[in-house]
Design a protein around this ligand. Structure first.
Ligand code: HEM
Length: 478
């Protein structure tokens, strides 16, 4: 919480106290003291707010606030000792003690937290959005991803070896989060297993917990831990970007991962077109946007396969045929992924019925009319995925799970199937998510059978939808 959020109401309270004291008892001392310190507090709060708008801290304001609060504690505390009156002396002294402590804490911890400058794709707009997005999209397009199926597969094999083989009971969702996080770390950022990756996993968990907590920045709160973790992650990632830049200088053109490919995007004068801060913030965005969403999708597919024998049999048949068509131990190819048509239709229907992303904001660029309502230019509109996916004018019998609706019939009209959003901000990780889901399902059904350990088929919001208890299952190796 910023100092001005409390200081301005505190100042108003002190001013009103002074005026009430004068009105009731004719005390000019109350009036002068209340107006004097109250107005000083309001002024200090206002200056701090102005500084915050300029992305700065005003230490002058913080010191003025501390001095006013300490003086009020002293004066009103002494009055309370003399008169033993709770109203107003005791109350004002009590509030002032707390405020003095709060201001001292703010000074000791470096003032208000100034949010990082917008360098992340989800917050950029116009030309900046296009520039950073096209840099990301160039790496996430199918032609590039084709080359990385093998690496993705290695991560899946290693994950199953460590976390599934030889086990009887496991919980799917946390394991899938570990898997998708590791895939992103290896493929996109070239962070191999080891101490650095372990730290990143831990800090990202804290960031995610902080993201959905009440934004009050006090020590030991989730929000405070999230901010600290975010600062640590940024430092680790900055080091990583610098290491990769040095490596690039030594060995000219290497397009091994997303970071190197972003560093390789150069302007006419060989200047890097995507800044270091932009790279760091977009790595963080991809980590947050890309690993929970895919983990949720794969977990719900695992649950579906345990609940629906017909769908399980059809997927198993498709995946076994692909496995049999290859020499033992050979890696999957782009052509194999293209053959997984039924499996992907099941995934699409899962995404229709349980979209991991609830919706998103858009801003109207001009006045628009929608179903008789006028939405003025500049308003924020929130689109909700399920409202569209459950519309029976678009999908007949929307509550029925039916992967065949994605067979080669008339294509679904634009903006009617939107688990990945739509338009210029549509998820650039679509193809990445598709490949990692298909590769994972291929290995799961070919290597294991499973049954659910919990009969609760409900969905909890965390705030993304998650299966009850994280989906505990019993497994058997084939
Ligand atoms: C099943 C998995 C996924 C789902 C359901 C999903 C869904 C979404 C949705 C709904 C949006 C907002 C789109 C809009 O506003 O129109 C989005 C944005 C985004 N997603 Fe995904 N996503 C998934 C996986 C991924 C992966 C694997 C990555 C990266 C490797 C990724 C990276 C991003 C990024 C960078 C954005 C911001 C795009 C922008 O603002 O231009 N997503 N995603």
């Amino acid at each position: 919480m910023h100092d001005f959020c409390f200081t301005i109401p505190y100042g108003l309270l002190v001013v009103s106290g002074g005026i009430i004291g004068y009105a009731k008892k004719g005390s000019t001392a109350s009036l002068a003291g209340g107006l004097g310190t109250g107005l000083l507090l309001i002024l200090a709060g206002y200056l701090s707010l102005q500084a915050f708008h300029k992305r700065k801290n005003s230490y002058f304001s913080l010191i003025l606030e501390t001095a006013c609060a300490a003086m009020l504690t002293l004066v009103m505390g002494q009055r309370y000792m003399k008169t033993s009156k709770i109203m107003p002396a005791g109350i004002v002294a009590g509030i002032s003690v707390l405020m003095t402590g709060f201001y001292l804490y703010k000074i000791a911890t470096g003032g208000n937290h100034i949010p990082a400058k917008t360098e992340c794709l989800s917050e950029l707009s116009g030309e900046d959005h296009k520039r950073v997005r096209s840099a990301l999209a160039s790496f996430l397009k199918p032609e590039c991803l084709k080359l990385y199926i093998g690496k993705m597969e290695e991560e899946v094999r290693r994950h199953l070896e460590i976390h599934w083989n030889g086990k009887q009971n496991i919980t799917v969702l946390p394991l899938m989060k570990t898997l998708t996080f590791n895939i992103i770390c290896t493929l996109l950022f070239g962070v191999e297993r080891g101490a650095r990756r372990d730290k990143l996993v831990r800090y990202f968990q804290e960031i995610l917990e902080g993201l959905w907590s009440i934004p009050v920045n006090f020590p030991f709160t989730r929000f405070n831990r999230g901010l600290k973790a975010s600062a640590k992650v940024q430092n680790i990632l900055k080091d990583l970007v610098r290491e990769k830049r040095d490596e690039l200088k030594k060995a000219a053109s290497s397009h091994q991962d997303l970071i190197t490919s972003l560093l390789n995007i150069r302007g006419e004068d060989d200047r890097e077109l995507v800044s270091e801060d932009e790279i760091v913030h977009n790595i963080m965005l991809i980590m947050v946007a890309g690993h929970d969403t895919s983990a949720v999708l794969i977990s719900f597919i695992v649950r579906l396969l345990a609940n629906d024998p017909a769908i399980y049999a059809a997927i198993l048949k498709e995946q076994e045929e692909i496995k049999k068509s290859k020499p033992s131990g050979a890696f999957l190819t782009w052509e194999d992924i293209a053959k997984m048509k039924y499996t992907w239709r099941v995934a699409m229907e899962t995404l229709r019925m349980i979209p991991p992303v609830f919706g998103g904001f858009r801003k109207t660029l001009k006045d628009i009319e929608y179903e008789g309502y006028l939405i003025p230019k500049g308003w924020q509109v929130f689109w909700v995925t399920s409202m569209t996916h459950m519309d029976d004018e678009i999908f007949q019998e929307p509550s029925k799970f039916d992967p065949s609706r994605f067979e080669n019939q008339a294509p679904i009209p634009p903006y009617c199937y939107i688990p990945f959003g739509g338009g210029p901000r549509m998820c650039p990780g679509y193809e990445f998510a598709r490949i990692e889901t298909l590769v994972t399902v291929h290995y799961l059904v070919n290597q294991f059978t499973w049954k659910l350990c919990c009969n609760d088929n409900s969905i909890r919001r965390d705030p993304i939808p998650v299966p009850a208890q994280g989906l505990p299952i019993q497994i058997w190796s084939k």
